[in-house]
Design a protein around this ligand. Structure first.
Ligand code: SF4
Length: 329
């Protein structure tokens, strides 16, 4: 007997306006990178998503990506729609790559302030510094202070590490390890509330000890209750609500609010009811999936199965989206 899954209220979350990015951070939950198509959220999809978010009780969101500021006219259009529909904006996330100089940045900030934005979350981490020279981050923070835009530095604890290098160019994680020790990535994970899904899985899979499939299955017999967690949700530009922040899984935004149909969301509902054991059984029996001996976690095995289904077996299903996620992770 399958338990129903229905997302009937939303508490706090964000809208992903685009998945292309100027960075390809090695911890990115959504596998953003310059390789994605330059798709940006359309006005029609913005209205559909905002309607549903408001219907389900959430009145403020943040905006994330990808890098949302890479298409300023698209971003402003989204903000105009949100403002007209009375959806508040808590902050916009940015990696600062678009920063050129203080005057032009202040002009952009003024435009955003005119559209009811009063805070930028500015990404600060060694992962971002592999792509973004730190002088851009410092320049943007200075422009925010000059233009009375609030700054939410995420995470300021890393500033000292990053300032150990020149700020005119990016610096690889290998440089960080050479300067701060071989266990630097472990150290970063302890200071950064990393979600070990998406690209973080691949970055950390050889850093932390792996466990046998049997051990993972023994722990993962119960369904994945995470999929019903709405305390911090994301919805992308294609209308994919990402259940439990399990990137690569999707519930279409139009299907939020009521019970999901099994035929449409078979993989997702199997995970919700039977956990990773249920998904593995389908993958082995119906698609010939052969697991490796060990994985980092149930989410690592889940990702491996889903990537096999989407990329190797060309399975196209409403709950395994967006497809390019599996290509660019
Ligand atoms: S095993 Fe899959 S569905 Fe379950 S929490 Fe991990 S990523 Fe999400």
């Amino acid at each position: 007997m399958m338990r129903e899954l229905a997302i009937t209220s939303l508490r706090s979350g964000g809208v992903i306006t685009n998945l292309y990015c100027s960075s390809a951070c090695k911890h990115c939950l959504y596998a953003s990178s310059p390789k994605w198509n330059k798709d940006y959220i359309s006005p029609g999809m913005a209205e559909t998503i905002i309607n549903k978010i408001l219907d389900l009780g959430c009145t403020f969101i943040h905006i994330g990506g990808g890098e949302p500021m890479l298409n300023l006219s698209g971003l402003k259009q989204f903000l105009q729609i949100a403002s007209a529909m009375k959806l508040g904006i808590e902050y916009i996330e940015t990696n600062s790559s678009w920063y050129k100089d203080e005057d032009s940045a202040v002009r952009v900030l003024q435009d955003l302030q005119g559209l009811d934005v009063d805070t930028l979350l500015i990404s600060i981490s060694p992962f971002h510094n592999e792509y973004i020279p730190f002088h851009k981050v410092k320049g943007l923070m200075k422009a925010c202070h000059a233009g009375n835009m609030g700054v939410f530095p995420w995470i300021s604890d890393f500033i000292q590490d990053i300032e150990g290098f020149s700020d005119v160019s990016p610096h690889s994680l290998a440089e960080y390890e050479a300067s701060y020790g071989d266990d630097y990535l472990k150290n970063v994970a302890e200071r950064f509330p990393l979600n070990f899904r998406g690209r973080a899985l691949l970055t950390y899979k050889d850093i932390y000890p792996k466990r046998s499939v049997d051990e993972i299955l023994a722990e993962g017999k119960r369904g994945c209750g995470e999929l019903a967690n709405t305390s911090h949700f994301h919805i992308d530009l294609f209308g994919n609500y990402i259940p439990g922040l399990c990137s690569g899984l999707s519930i279409h935004v139009e299907d939020l609010g009521g019970p999901l149909e099994f035929d449409k969301y078979r993989f997702l509902l199997t995970l919700y009811n039977q956990g990773i054991a249920g998904l593995l059984e389908i993958a082995q029996q119906e698609y010939g999936f052969q697991p490796e001996e060990q994985y980092l976690s149930k989410c690592h095995l889940c990702f491996a199965i889903r990537r096999f289904l989407v990329m190797d077996k060309k399975v196209r299903s409403d709950d395994l989206k967006p497809v390019p996620y599996y290509r660019w992770v």
